[in-house]
Design a protein around this ligand. Sequence first.
Ligand code: ADP
Ligand code: MG
Length: 197
Amino acid sequence: MLSLLLKMKDEKAANEFFLKFKPKLLNNLQYAESIISEIMVSGSLRPDKFEEISIGDILDSIMKRLSIDNLIFERNLIHRQKLFGDKIRIYRALSNLIQNCIEALPNKKNYKIWFWSKDDLNSIRIGVGNEGSYIYPEDVRLLFADFFTKGKANGTGLGLSIVKEIINNHSGDIECISDISSGTEFVITLPVLAYMK
Ligand SMILES: Nc1ncnc2c1ncn2[C@@H]1O[C@H](COP(=O)(O)OP(=O)(O)O)[C@@H](O)[C@H]1O
Ligand SMILES: [Mg+2]
């Protein structure tokens, strides 16, 4: 559509064409903008600075940047083992998950979002979940694929594939469990002695 518009010599016809397709063009522009910002902000997904990280501190700084009133946050971080990783990338992964939880909540009032962590053998598991949303099993299988988006006007479908890439690059894994009555939860497993892949 854009190439057609650029090729038009007659200015009046070009203006008419532009006005006719303006909503569609703006919509596409908005979509392109969200994809670009998703990619720009994530930068490289490979960890490049491995240091001891605190999930609690990362969550604190994410929460500080979000303006959310009517939601209930529950936090139960009980892991004791030390975790090493790239702070910026883990921040990015967790904030993508939290952002999705917030977007999934039907009317954003008094719904619960929770975080937990616990020790496993040589790994730490971190859960991020929310009540009030449900993902069908056939969609759960597609969630982490590039461009899978559902139920959002301007979803890029890149958020979860970025999360998965970051976690995999930390030699970890992520899965999604969704249940009609309890809600949706993402569980990350990160090895305690993680080495860069
Ligand atoms: N907490 C959640 N509850 C319900 N659906 C979710 C949740 N997190 C992700 N999803 C679903 O997974 C899809 C893919 O998420 P994501 O990759 O972040 O892309 P986007 O948010 O741009 O749509 C979302 O469109 C949504 O349908
Ligand atoms: Mg998202």
